[in-house]
Design a protein around this ligand. Structure first.
Ligand SMILES: [Fe+2]
Length: 355
């Protein structure tokens, strides 16, 4: 059974080493500093403990039975819920091989045996400080995502929209070869792009009929308001232009800035393309979801009008035909177009139901 010692509110540190003497020595050093310590006798037990309770930092001996420290570290860094957990590998060798393998598996730091107390405590403190920042960052992101979902929940016709937008935008970005930081920005933007709608009353957001001019003025402010809400988060730097420009059109007739292509950021154009597609292929009070075929027919027509990025529309269609998105309508699926004239504009639909 693992042994737990230390004040309940202190950070919890996992110490995994098959040599009891080493484990106890490390545990004693950490307990003296007030940390809570959880002990594992091998790599397998370390993973079991990680799955059962919150751990703030892992100290892993590289050479252990069942699973080595390298193997445990690789697993920690590959899982979404533990990838930000700091890992320190403890090595008995002074050669470069262990360090190279440790770096490759994503370890945050190394300690050489015999471990010196001052060195151990300095690294633990430093990594726990970084962990605290990332936890706070994650909390802020979670708050924004929750707020965005609460807006989505007000309208039964947009259920799941943010999640689909997030996933499909990332898939399209990946397809055209965007770097990872832009994919992360797209994932976040998919969730929070309409956060600015918190400033708009439900009577406008859920209005079944056309909006008045005054109501449109308010509606058109939501990209700027959303940008302002997310601005304090430094990690959202690449997300802000996507939020601000997700209602721009290539011919300059969009808002809030009336940008012309190519001034509209590529990531914003990706989100817009997916947003329009999702609006067309989900149920509305006045019609069923359109088929993929019909949705792209409308979008291609609007590409000709100078609204959307034709290359992205083509890539999105190819993406969806290659890998169908779960829940998305497919060609030939039920869904009949009962809108007409100007109401058939995907642009109006992407604003909600205000046609
Ligand atoms: Fe929007």
């Amino acid at each position: 059974m693992p042994m737990t010692v230390g004040p309940p509110l202190a950070a919890t540190i996992l110490v995994a080493d098959d040599m009891e003497e080493n484990r106890e020595m490390l545990a004693a050093m950490l307990r003296n500093e007030g940390y809570r310590v959880v002990l594992a006798a091998d790599g397998g037990e370390a993973l079991e403990l990680l799955a059962t309770g919150p751990i703030d930092l892992a100290l892993l001996d590289i050479q252990m039975p069942r699973r080595t420290g390298i193997s445990v570290c690789r697993e920690i860094k590959s899982k979404g819920d533990t990838r930000l957990l700091p890992v320190v590998l403890i090595t008995g060798s002074t050669g470069p091989d262990d360090r190279m393998r440790g770096i490759e598996c994503g370890a945050d730091d190394f300690l050489n045996k015999p471990v010196k107390k001052e060195e151990l405590i300095a690294r633990v403190k430093s990594l726990l400080r970084i962990k605290q920042y990332t936890d706070e960052l994650e909390n802020a992101e979670t708050v924004l995502f929750t707020l965005a979902l609460s807006i989505e929940a007000k309208d039964p016709y947009t259920e799941g929209h943010c999640d689909r937008l997030s996933k499909l935008s990332v898939a399209l970005g990946r397809r055209i070869g965007l770097p990872n930081d832009q994919l992360v920005a797209l994932r976040r933007a998919g969730m929070v792009h309409d956060l600015g709608k918190t400033s708009i009353s439900e009577s406008i957001l859920l209005k079944p009929g056309p909006l008045s001019d005054a109501e449109w003025v308010l509606m058109r402010k939501h990209p700027e308001v959303g940008e302002r809400i997310c601005q304090p988060l430094r990690s959202f730097g690449m997300v802000l232009p996507i939020i601000r420009h997700h209602h721009e059109k290539l011919d300059g007739s969009g808002y809030p800035d009336g940008l012309h292509s190519p001034a509209i950021p590529l990531t914003a154009r990706i989100l817009t393309t997916v947003d329009i597609y999702d609006a067309l292929t989900t149920d509305r009070p006045y019609r069923k979801a359109l088929s993929l075929e019909r949705a792209f027919e409308i979008m291609r027509g609007e590409v000709k009008r100078g609204w959307w990025d034709g290359d992205l529309v083509t890539e999105l269609e190819a993406q969806l035909r290659d890998i169908p998105v779960p829940g998305a309508p497919i060609e030939g699926a039920p869904g009949h177009l009962i809108i007409s004239g100007e109401a058939a504009s995907s642009w109006q639909e992407a604003h909600g139901l205000h046609i």
